[in-house]
Design a protein around this ligand. Structure first.
Ligand code: PNS
Length: 177
């Protein structure tokens, strides 16, 4: 008989009957890359909660409430996707929502180091919550909220990078220089 190596001191809980995943982030604003991950995540998990970090030290362009409104508009086609916001540790929020998975996207190798650090720290804090990485769709792998804002501010065309409803909000919020 093959004996498996013992990895954790306490056994991990079994898979729950219904799996809830948290897709956390700043979403300032949501891009088509994020939305692609939402679509794909919604097919994998019973419930997917897109959760905005509330106490973000980066100065956001949109308030948390505006970001939640934008998210709600674009996730409407997916009945198992919810929108929420959180404060404090992500793993504590996930546990409070009975989530067992954290979903994160990886666009390029440059994302990997930061994501690995976060995933390992989160696992140390709560080994029963698993981080699942999905590779970004190659069509969106160059898009970030930061670049979208910069391109828009400098008068560049952002259509196709963010959902049309988000683009409209950008127009009403920011005047290109
Ligand atoms: O969209 P972002 O800015 O890449 O998202 C980063 C986010 C919100 C996932 C991360 O900053 C986070 O989880 N913050 C909550 C505080 C926390 O749990 N910190 C320890 C993470 S190891």
């Amino acid at each position: 008989m093959v004996s498996l190596p013992k990895v954790w001191s306490a056994p991990l809980p079994l898979k729950p009957p219904s799996v809830t995943a948290i897709y956390p982030g700043s979403f300032d604003p949501i891009t088509n890359g994020h939305l692609d991950l939402v679509q794909r995540g919604a097919r994998m998990f019973d419930t997917l909660i897109v959760a905005i970090l509330r106490n973000d030290s980066k100065l956001p362009l949109f308030s948390v409430e505006e970001r939640m409104d934008m998210l709600r508009e674009v996730v409407r086609p997916y009945p198992n996707v919810q929108v929420d916001c959180f404060d404090g540790l992500l793993v504590d929020y996930a546990a409070a929502r009975f989530a067992t998975v954290l979903l994160r996207g990886i666009r390029a190798i440059s994302d990997y180091e930061y994501e690995l650090q976060m995933a390992l720290m989160n696992r140390r804090l709560r080994p029963d919550i698993e981080t699942v990485f999905m590779m970004s769709n190659e069509a969106y792998s160059f898009i970030s909220s930061r670049l979208v804002k910069e391109v828009y501010r400098l008068g560049g065309n952002i259509s196709g990078l963010v959902p049309p409803s988000v683009e409209a909000r950008m127009h009403s919020r920011m005047q290109p220089e």
